[in-house]
Design a protein around this ligand. Structure first.
Ligand code: B1M
Length: 210
């Protein structure tokens, strides 16, 4: 099945094959969500497992990540095509010390698809850079992503820096990423949390209402 082939191509880090198969799956009317969830994200889960077991090393993870980004590039127009009017502005970034950006990019794409305007600050974003972006772009929401247990505390530090800089009240803060939990989000005083990109969209909408 094409979904299994996409998953396998991500695991093998074959970017050309991933791009080709994702395009083919879309042509065959396979829903984008299924390609994403059961093909690409599932493949990355397996890559993580292989890394944990010592079968894969950082280069293999990196190559798989490139393959996934390639596939996301093909899916992007489908994921973001829906709305045109702006539902709100979101400044998005992966916290300081953290270079993982696939999940953050996916959250950005889904938010864009739901009509949000995205200002993506990239990875390894310091509290100062977030604050600068708040002052420059005046977003409704600041979204922070972290994939490492060692960088997750930088979300807390960033929120504290927002308080000190006097910008905390002007934005809602949403956090997410594999090690982040709803409980942790509450502990650090974030306004919202989402476990995945789909729910990030629903959470962002909720934050702007309530
Ligand atoms: Co890294 N890495 N990595 N890695 N890597 C993990 C995260 C790890 C779990 C692997 C493992 O051991 N099983 C482990 C972390 C362990 C821990 O902290 N508990 C790990 C490690 C240890 C490391 C290094 C330290 C390895 C080393 O150097 N020894 C190193 C750190 C570098 C750094 O950041 N400073 C490192 C490096 C890398 C690469 C650069 C090689 C590469 C990243 C490339 C890139 O992103 N451009 C990489 C990869 C690919 C992974 C895995 C395999 C895949 C991550 C991913 O993209 N998942 C990962 C293992 C795994 O997750 N199974 C692993 C797919 C993505 C769609 O999911 O990012 O979870 P995710 O995003 C989801 C949700 O979390 C949520 O929605 C997304 C979509 O549904 N979400 C949000 C994310 N952000 C959100 C924000 C929101 C809301 C929801 O609101 C704002």
């Amino acid at each position: 099945m094409i979904i299994d082939d996409i998953k396998q191509a991500v695991i093998e880090g074959d970017a050309t094959e991933v791009k080709k198969l994702v395009a083919l799956a879309l042509e065959q009317q396979v829903p984008a969500e299924e390609i994403l969830k059961n093909g690409m994200i599932s493949g990355m889960g397996e890559v993580g497992r292989l890394f944990e077991e010592g079968e894969y090393f950082v280069p293999e993870m990196l190559i798989a990540a490139r393959a996934m980004q390639g596939g996301l590039g093909i899916l992007r127009p489908v994921l973001v095509e829906q709305d045109v009017k702006s539902a709100g502005k979101v400044v998005l970034g992966t916290v300081k010390g953290d270079l993982h950006d696939i999940g953050k990019n996916l959250v950005g794409m889904m938010l864009e698809g739901a009509g949000f305007q995205i200002v993506d600050l990239g990875t390894d974003v310091s509290p100062e850079k977030f604050i600068e972006a708040i002052r420059e772009h005046q977003p409704d929401i600041v979204g922070m992503s972290a994939l490492l247990t060692t960088t997750m505390p930088n979300m807390d530090k960033t929120i504290k820096a927002f308080n000190e800089a006097g910008v905390r009240q002007s934005v809602k803060v949403m956090v997410g990423g594999a090690p982040v939990t709803k409980k942790y989000a509450g502990e650090i005083g974030a306004d919202g949390f989402a476990p995945d990109a789909n729910q990030a969209t629903a959470e962002a909408k909720k934050l702007l209402v309530g």
